[in-house]
Design a protein around this ligand. Sequence first.
Ligand code: FES
Length: 98
Amino acid sequence: MSEIVGDNVVELDGVEYRFEWPADKTLLQSMLDAGIPAPHSCQMGRCGACRVHVEGPQTRMRENHVLDDFDVEAGDRLACQTLRNEGDLTAAELDYPF
Ligand code: FES
């Protein structure tokens, strides 16, 4: 059974949402499963439509054809490719760049 961290928070279009982020699901899928209208398109790490700033847990991306090292170092992630590191139970706080 995968670890689930609840109480992750994101604001979109002035609405604050809270959602669970299991360790075996991407950030985007976790938001979509919670009914959050998270922006996305290709879901392959190629378009950047799902770009979001992540504060909190240590994460990794499966694929990244958009963000450079500076973006990643600053905390930006492609939500469709981002997994929370196993064992890190820190809740995430997300910011969209619009
Ligand atoms: S939806 Fe295209 S990079 Fe994530």
